[in-house]
Design a protein around this ligand. Sequence first.
Ligand code: IYR
Length: 228
Amino acid sequence: MNKKVKIINGYKHLPYQVAELSNEEAFAQAQSFFRVMNKRRSVRSFSSKGVPLDLIKECIRTAGTAPSGAHKQPWTFCLVANKTIKHQIRVAAETEERKSYEERMSASWLKDLGPMATDASKPFLETAPYLVVVFKKLFDYDEQGNKHQNYYVNESVGIAVGMLIAAIQNAGLVTLTHTPSPMRFLEKILKRPDNERAFLLLPIGYPASDCYVPDLKRKRWDEMAEVY
Ligand code: IYR
């Protein structure tokens, strides 16, 4: 056994170090990552141009490095390329969205959404080469079928999705955090087990050649942060 291994609280621990950067190198890296992320936009108009499967898989593997409550990793990422399934998802999502836009959303909500120019029509659910449907796992089953609780599930899966979005941006792709509501139809279409709930749907691909995004401004430093 590796001599450097330590047993702490009865469990194996490994030595951990990071390559220390100079302050200059660290700042340059932080700034270049910010510049990449600051170009990210939510895109609703996708090209049908294909994306290599391995590229998407690498992004999802990055999401899987997220921290999670008691390291339970309470997520399943369903990668959908199948045209029939994408069509089923679009039809079901548009049915829910029509009800939302026509009956469920308040006038002030619809007004707040004005700048986004959204409506109940979701063609990107078929145009984008991939959909990733993220499921949160409320609990896990062991081999005997006993239930085991997960912890901080929304926080854990939210962090993983944030990392997925960053990985997608870093790979030169675009996405949208789409939440057709209610979204339990996704559990049915994808035949998920009863411990999983749909969390978020992300179409992934390249923007259409005539893609436009709203002219939104991000908060300045002094609007978004307080230094103590
Ligand atoms: N889910 C709907 C409505 C919607 C709600 C919010 I809050 C947004 O930021 C964007 C859209 C839709 O996808 O159209």
